[in-house]
Design a protein around this ligand. Structure first.
Ligand SMILES: C[S@@+](CC[C@H](N)C(=O)[O-])C[C@H]1O[C@@H](n2cnc3c(N)ncnc32)[C@H](O)[C@@H]1O
Length: 324
């Protein structure tokens, strides 16, 4: 179980927020939570929420008397999330946020208390949960500053749009850049980009090869896919999808910079699951091109999946692997 979630649920019980509609931003199921509306951009967690009977919304609207907030780790996402929660609070409503200490819980508790006085705070499971209300108006300048962090912004001069909270927000990932340099102009037919993020690799693949008929972008984070829709138009299809569950069809080529972290921790098995999906989803004669941190033991895994691999380039941080 996620310790920040446990601390959030503990705070919800202890702080006794006002009765009424509840919204959970960054929702995860928990047996002790009351009925509520859930917003969760990550597909595997959204599936868990649905399985637990939590109604999901893509875009929360209306006013809620309690908002529970379990953010990711990025500063922009957390601060923009405070502003978003404020705008969704009913008069007199209460916002309870929980974060791991290592994710800067004390720092963000201090930050939100600059906008509105703290109602309560609890420290447990190496996490903190803290509550504020909108009984008195929040500090307007700070609120506006946080609101400005919301939404899409361009990586200067690149034509690529990202938003807070997504992988490699505001910059091109150097591993992906290395893989992009090795995407050959010979790619053709149907291509899948696994863990496509905001669409960097897919767009470079399409720019390099006019013989690609379609790129399918498979990505777990709906916010990243929303960026990808801005970054690509022709020949691209967008799938909010958990790659570890397999793909619906087979491909001529697969490209990927697999994740090796889940929201909470390092998870090499997730990267291996990506490669297992890729191996099962290549057409006969199909190819897989991937980039990985150089210490990750992917070649042995590819070998066990019946793929032959060679390293196209390796530097101090990454290796680019070609498999067929
Ligand atoms: C290392 S990043 C690469 C992103 C993008 N391809 C790029 O080059 O910028 C890995 C991506 O996989 C996504 N991801 C993580 N778990 C996933 C899953 N189970 N299914 C699909 N995508 C996932 C992450 O949200 C992230 O965008």
């Amino acid at each position: 179980m996620n310790p920040a979630l446990e601390t959030l649920v503990l705070a919800y019980r202890e702080f006794q927020p006002p009765s009424g509609e509840i919204l959970f931003l960054g929702a995860e199921p928990h047996p002790d939570l009351p009925p509520l509306t859930a917003w969760q951009p990550l597909k595997p967690l959204a599936v868990q929420c649905e399985a637990a009977g939590m109604p999901l919304t893509d875009q929360p609207t209306g006013k809620f008397s309690t908002i529970l907030f379990l953010p990711g780790k990025s500063k922009g996402e957390i601060l923009a999330g405070f502003a978003r929660a404020h705008d969704l609070l009913a008069p007199g409503g209460v916002l309870i946020t929980a974060l791991a200490n290592t994710a800067g819980a004390s720092r963000y508790e201090k930050e939100i208390s600059r906008a509105s006085p703290l109602l309560a705070s609890v420290s447990k499971n190496k996490c903190r949960a803290f509550a504020v209300s909108n009984k008195t108006p929040w500090q307007a300048d700070l609120l506006n500053e946080w609101r400005e962090l919301e939404g899409f912004y361009e990586i200067p001069g690149s034509g690529f749009f990202t938003q807070p909270g997504v992988f490699s927000s505001g910059r091109i990932d150097p591993g992906s850049e290395l893989l992009a340099a090795h995407l050959p102009p010979s790619l053709r037919g149907n291509v899948a980009d696994l863990g496509a993020g905001w669409g960097y690799l897919s767009r470079i693949a399409l720019e390099k090869s006019s013989r690609i008929e379609r790129v399918d972008l498979f990505e777990a984070d709906s916010r990243a896919l929303d960026c990808a829709r801005k970054n690509l138009s022709a020949k691209a299809a967008f799938h909010w999808h958990d790659v570890s569950t397999g793909l619906p069809e087979k491909y001529d080529h697969i490209i990927t910079n697999p994740p090796f972290h889940t929201a909470q921790s390092k998870d090499i098995d997730l990267g291996k699951a990506f490669l297992t999906t890729a191996a099962a989803s290549l057409k006969r004669g199909g190819t897989l091109l991937l980039v990985a941190n150089r210490q990750l033991p992917y070649e042995a895994h590819l070998d066990s999946l019946g793929l032959r691999s060679r390293i196209l380039e390796e530097n101090h941080a990454y290796k680019v692997i070609f498999s067929s």
